[in-house]
Ligand binder design. Sequence first.
Ligand code: NAP
Length: 495
Amino acid sequence: MSTKYQNLINGKWVDAQSGETFETRNPANWSEVIGTLPKSAAADVEVAVKAARAAYEKWRLVPAPARGDIMRKIGDLLVQRKEELARLMTREMGKVLAETRGDVQEGIDTAYYAATEGRRLFGHTVPSELPNKFAMAIRVPIGVAGIITPWNFPLAIPTWKMFPAILSGNTVVFKPASDTPATATALVQLMHEAGLPDGVVNIVHGGGGAVGNAITRHPDVDLISFTGSTEIGKQITKDSADTLKRVSLELGGKNAQIVMDDADLDLALDGILWGAFGTTGQRCTATSRLILHEKIYDRFMDMLVTRTKKLRLGDGLKPETEVGPLVNEGQRKTVQSYVEIGQNEGAKLVAGGHAAKGPGLDGGWFHEPTIFSEVTPNMRIAKEEIFGPVLSVLRVTSLEEGINVLNDTIYGLSSSVYTRDVNKAFVAVRDIKAGITYINVPTIGAEAHMPFGGVKQTGNGHREGGWTVYDFYTEWKAVYFDYSGKLQRAQIDNY
Ligand code: NAP
């Protein structure tokens, strides 16, 4: 069944001003159209920003605990519709149902966290250096937030951004990825139903170059929160520079799992299969490199290849499916091109390597889980983000070498070390350059109340998740009250 979706602007569901549309389709069965969407442009963004600006002047005055009450209702609605949303998401972008349920759960956790943050949003009171004077710093909202998101976590990532933005008193213009607009619309519909006043949340569908660009360049948008590729992140930094917006970037990764010779190998095997092939390798935190200690290299490779060849590909709605399709044809072509690059570079293809064919697979963008062994650190398949089910395996002789290899990339998002030696684990935590380090856990699996983000070209220093994201969506205001009844000059009259 195909549905007609619209933009939500100022509380009204509307088409693009041009009347143009585009389609969203099922990557497991490309002939299935899920919906048609407005193909919007700068003129639609203009109206949405105007609505968000007008709504901001009222919304910022609503007490934060009352804003939190709406967040709680949003969380309750997500709980009620979890299954329906998960099924829509699987149809729209292909992840298996267990994972799309997890994606919605992350939204639920983020909503309830935001609800309680409405009663915190802590500031500071500090002693003044002068008598009869009171000093405090409070958090204030910033204005209109432009939210631009990718397709791989089509519900969770927008909630990581929109919920803290709105709870903090900002209003939102949201442009979701063109591959997952239906899931994004279902989320916004539910936020609207929960009682957000008109204009607090607006969604404008359309391409990155048209809608995304109009948001990042708009003089009346105060901040941008973007998750996506490093390439577009750099472009957004340039585009938003003229208006000096506050910009949060969560970008690409080339994450690695190190397995030491003392590790529990069965545990490490479960970890790498989930880290590398969960979400068909399409996570910013996906394990793209496996760094094995030479003493266990051959044994572990045998175990890994045997299990990988047994992974069941298929439609994510089927309970037996372990690996779904890639999101679109372009993504599959990218994966195929990296398989070719790996072979030309001299790496050894030991599993997969082809578009997957067969009953239930021919109509979708499936690709076999693929492993290259004997990869060396200078190869492109060891350095570049592939964003698909391709694992590059490297051999090292020590933890120190393993950490050097792990750090040898422009990215710094997630990392993992399997060892039973607590001393080695602490050295790894100290020396790995990444925003997230897991010990005896794969590189994927962030929790919503913890800081999330990366170092180096994975981002620009901000963090999502938990308490840290509220630093991005609020500005500090320093406030002084002098009740001495006379002019007191700081640094002058008291010294
Ligand atoms: P992408 O191509 O960079 O697109 C991300 C978003 O930006 C989409 O909504 C896209 O719109 C929009 N966009 C494209 N060009 C734009 C422009 N010039 N101005 C403004 N917006 C623009 O990334 P993707 O393919 O969707 O996602 C995969 C990437 O995201 C990977 O690199 C992955 O590592 C990264 N990612 C990072 C994190 C993290 O937290 N670090 C999490 C998830 C994913 P259209 O869809 O219309 O093109």
